[in-house]
Design a protein. Structure first.
Lengths: 196, 459
């Protein structure tokens, strides 16, 4: 029943193309988690002030999925709504690569009958234009790897670091709606700087 | 009246259309290409040959397909075949009188399935049907499933399939009415519709416009002037068999047994669903190129749609196997070309020289939004849905069923000498193939024009 209500809400609340969000400040309820992340990676991180329905961006909240920080301080914070049955998913990933701006490479594995062929490929590929928000000029990537597979991803550079946000193209959101969501997400981002 | 972008955005336009549904948009979204009229004269012996124009796309000669395509399948309603033979032939001749045999007019190809020959003319068929002595089997075989086909691919049992091709929807509607509504001989089992082309002059192509209008998933990801949904031009001249090469008799491995079917060919018909989002969101451009064509093809400029596939561009079996060893990939075109291209020069019965590397199959496939058909007499079996879906009605002419099967097996990594490139049927390493799902298949025999109407019934 709950899943059904959420699915209905998703259908009703898909944002329109005209939706615009002006970034203010990281919402109070979400600030603690993002501030902790910035402090841990010792670099600014981007906190969203808007998320596609039904997600919020509260780290350690109801929708947080992956929270991973690498030895190189790169991070992946993921929020996931996994609908029951065929109602669909809403999945948004935030990444940061403090101190480096190159597109990272991801491992590939091709299994054939006799052997396993290993290689690497750019984690973000098939660039398809640019989306802008105040202070951000993001490249749109359509073919992405690992946790961003089947996502549309925006990547941009800030102060010597690379940042990304991506959303899975899957029901209830169409490709076009995901692009609209990402545009709104990008406009909603605010920087949270490390403290202490 | 043309639709403006505002009027068709969001698929709303499809909801107010008439009998041809979303396909009525074809005429609203694009103008028929300028074509040179076919010179007057006798019609060709072959039913499957139709005159089409050529343009250059990214420096490569490309055949301009007809805008509209339709295949109607049917079973027989009657048992008096001789009367039916005369009646159908009269109707076909009247269509030929009304429309020129070219894309501006109308192309009609009548193809007969094994159930027709086995149920209605079994004795004559035993004596006259062509025999593929390379395969050691009849030239017309029952349809089969291939390694990458799902277990529920429907192997159809139609008596006849009629392929209608034209730049004009009205010509096709007129032909269907004349052959099915106005005659009492055939009971329709399905109608399959689609379109191809546009975009060669740098304008947005028909498949892109149609997919956007229908709102199918992934429509936004199709390159703007792509000839087909999957983004590459597939009708380049060198990639299609020349005029008569697909005839049973041309390459010499099919015995036409007395000659009744000389000038005929074999037609395979299938419906393939295409997952556009899986294609465009999981494979970057370079990988789309290598999996569509061949591994190691690294010189293709980003965004290119027409990748040359001339006689010298094809990969041999050994090259394909070596590339697979190295990369774990084999490329859709490269694997098929191990069987679909001539391995040596061949001289046809009329003296035409077909050089090594020449393509054998003559494809007449077209994109569709049918799911899987526009109409079906057995909607439950065919899993008919009214929501549009991106796909292709694959129509190809080969000398025999076995020749088609060799090509199709090679597409799944089974090479002509039996070498199996060991990739799972639905593996991502299959690349191009992994986003295709075949829902229906059937083989047909296309008699020469003189015997296209209820073949063998007069004997």
């Amino acid at each position: 029943m709950v899943a059904g209500v959420v699915a209905l809400a998703l259908t009703a609340l898909v944002p329109g193309a005209s939706a615009r969000t002006s970034a203010q400040a990281c919402p109070a309820a979400w600030k603690t988690g993002w501030q902790h992340l910035a402090n841990t990676v010792k670099a600014p991180v981007y906190c969203p002030t808007w998320m596609p329905n039904p997600l919020d961006a509260q780290i350690r909240g109801d929708w947080q999925d992956i929270y991973s920080i690498g030895k190189d301080r790169s991070y992946l914070v993921s929020f996931l709504y996994h609908g029951e049955g065929a109602s669909g998913d809403v999945h948004v990933n935030f990444r940061g690569y403090p101190g480096r701006t190159a597109v990272p490479r991801c491992k590939t594995v091709v299994l054939t009958g006799k052997k396993t062929l290993r290689g690497t490929t750019p984690c973000f590929a098939d660039s398809a234009g640019v989306q802008k928000a105040p202070g951000i000029r993001a490249t749109v990537y359509r073919v992405n790897q690992d946790a961003d597979q089947w996502h549309v991803l925006l990547a941009w550079r800030h102060a010597g670091s690379l940042y990304t946000v991506s959303e899975h193209v899957i029901k209830p959101y169409t490709f076009r709606q995901v692009v609209t969501n990402l545009d709104r997400l990008l406009r909603s981002l605010v920087l949270v700087r490390p403290q202490g | 009246m043309r639709l403006t972008r505002r009027r068709f955005l969001g698929g709303a336009a499809a909801g107010v259309l008439g009998g041809a549904g979303v396909y009525e948009l074809v005429d609203k979204l694009t103008a028929a290409p300028a074509r040179r009229a076919r010179p007057a004269g006798a019609l060709p012996r072959e039913q499957h040959v139709i005159d089409l124009g050529l343009v250059e796309s990214e420096g490569v000669p490309v055949i301009v397909p007809p805008l509209h395509h339709e295949v109607v399948t049917a079973t027989l309603k009657i048992t008096d075949l001789k009367t039916a033979q005369a009646g159908l032939e009269r109707a076909l001749v009247e269509l030929e009188d009304r429309y020129s045999l070219d894309a501006a007019g109308l192309g009609v190809t009548v193809a007969w399935g094994l159930p027709y020959f086995e149920r209605h003319v079994p004795e004559q068929a035993k004596l006259r049907l062509p025999f593929d002595h390379r395969a050691g089997k009849p030239a017309l075989l029952p349809a089969r499933r291939f390694p990458s086909d799902p277990a529920d691919t429907v192997l159809e049992q139609n008596d006849v399939a009629i392929l209608l091709r034209s730049d004009s929807r009205a010509h096709i509607d007129d032909a269907r009415k004349a052959l099915f509504d106005d005659l009492p001989y055939l009971r329709m089992t399905s109608i399959r519709r689609g379109f191809a082309g546009g975009g060669f002059a740098g304008k947005q192509s028909l498949p892109k416009k149609m997919a956007m209008a229908a709102g199918v998933p992934g429509a936004d990801l199709i390159p703007d002037n792509s000839e087909l949904f999957l983004g590459f031009t597939s009708t380049q001249k060198a990639g299609l068999g020349p005029r008569l090469i697909a005839n049973h008799e041309t390459l010499g491995f099919v015995d036409v047994r007395g000659g009744y079917f000389r000038g005929g060919t074999h037609m395979h018909l299938s419906h393939i669903d295409e997952d556009l989002e899986a294609w465009y969101l999981n494979f970057d451009f370079d990988e789309r190129v290598l999996t569509t064509f061949r591994p190691g093809l690294t010189s293709v400029k980003q965004g290119t749609q027409t990748v040359p596939q001339g006689p010298k561009d094809f990969a041999t079996q050994a090259q394909t196997a070596r590339a697979f060893e190295r990369t774990g990939r084999f490329g859709h075109s490269a694997s098929i070309q191990t069987t679909s291209r001539l391995l040596q020069d061949v001289v046809g019965p009329d003296g035409t020289v077909y050089p090594k590397g020449t393509a054998i199959p003559q494809r007449a496939d077209f994109n569709t939004l049918d799911n899987p058909f526009a109409w079906s007499a057995t909607p439950d079996r065919d899993k008919l849905k009214s929501t549009p879906s991106a796909g292709v009605h694959f129509v190809v002419f080969n000398p025999s069923s076995d020749d088609f099967a060799r090509n199709r097996l090679a597409m799944d990594g089974v090479l002509p000498d039996g070498t199996k490139l060991d990739v799972g049927p639905r593996s991502r390493a299959q690349g191009f193939n992994s986003v295709l799902t075949t829902t229906h298949r059937q083989n047909f025999l296309v008699p020469p024009r003189a015997h296209r109407s209820f073949p063998l019934a007069e004997l």
